[in-house]
Design a protein around this ligand. Structure first.
Ligand SMILES: NC(=O)c1ccc[n+]([C@@H]2O[C@H](COP(=O)([O-])OP(=O)(O)OC[C@H]3O[C@@H](n4cnc5c(N)ncnc54)[C@H](O)[C@@H]3O)[C@@H](O)[C@H]2O)c1
Length: 243
């Protein structure tokens, strides 16, 4: 990944931190963007001179302009993007307020659109790039009690394919990753709710660890996956094979 400049949203903790750590270890320069300033700054410092933190809200077009400008200033034009930031809000359809639904889709659907839109000009100028959008198995199958999350994650799957078709001629590849349960702060404490699968119902009988998802993202970001675009990549311990 030497010579590659990658923006990772939601990079301060969880899977975003794992993506950032692995990309830096593989030689990339990484801008971690997140709202969690303390955690993000600390992680970037730990990762060394090839990592920088930038505070940004993925649902803000202005913040995206600032994120790309910051990236160009510190490392050069972005050639990679992992749209990873997300939130999980539980509630039945009737208990979900319009504001909650909008928050989920603002961050995980609109935010993914804004991210792709923001990096495309720089990628076109560089002659190509790679975008990985983090969806979920909730973007492939039904999950009760997380309607906004499901809406956003199915949208990410569709937008990924639309973007791959539109951007192929510019050498820009776009793929989605669909993790099942991953042991991060997002789901810890939510076990036993309908939004989190029962570990015994997963063929591998365990949740994933964040670095396992990061290795798949690294493959999709790298030239090793040069002919892979517009595709959905499931990493769920076999859970959807049962569905
Ligand atoms: N943990 C799982 O089981 C699981 C499964 C499938 C998909 N995912 C997806 O993986 C991604 C990462 O999740 P995670 O498990 O690491 O969760 P996490 O809560 O540990 O990390 C998410 C990060 O996104 C950041 N974020 C939230 N809203 C933001 C905003 N508006 N702007 C910028 N940053 C924002 C948070 O501050 C946090 O650091 C999410 O898109 C999530 O939906 C998670």
């Amino acid at each position: 990944m030497e010579g590659r400049v990658v923006i990772v949203t939601g990079g301060a903790r969880g899977m975003g931190a794992a993506h950032s750590e692995l990309l830096v270890a593989e030689g990339a320069q990484v801008v971690l963007s997140d709202l969690r300033e303390d955690q993000g700054e600390k992680l970037a410092e730990k990762l060394g001179t090839n990592a920088r933190f930038h505070r940004a809200d993925v649902s803000s077009p202005e913040d995206w302009d600032r994120t790309v400008a910051f990236t160009e200033e510190v490392f050069g034009a972005p050639t990679g993007l992992i749209n990873n930031a997300g939130i999980l809000e539980l509630g039945s359809i009737e208990d979900t307020t319009p504001e909650q639904f909008r928050r989920s889709t603002d961050i995980m659907m609109f935010g993914v659109f804004l991210g792709m839109r923001a990096v495309i000009p720089a990628m076109k100028r560089s002659g190509g790039g790679t975008i990985v959008n983090i969806s979920s198995t909730a973007g492939l199958t039904a999950y009760p009690e997380i309607i906004g999350y499901v809406a956003a994650k199915w949208a990410v799957r569709g937008m990924t394919k639309a973007a791959a078709v539109e951007l192929g001629e510019y050498g820009i590849r776009v793929n989605s990753i669909h993790p099942g349960e991953v042991e991060t702060d997002m789901i810890l404490g939510q076990e036993g709710t309908d939004a989190v699968a029962d570990v015994d119902a997963i063929p591998l009988h365990r949740f994933a660890q964040a670095p396992e998802i990061a290795r798949l993202a690294l493959f999709l970001m790298s030239d090793e996956s040069g002919y892979v675009t517009g595709a959905e990549h499931i990493i769920d311990g076999g859970a959807t094979a049962l569905a």
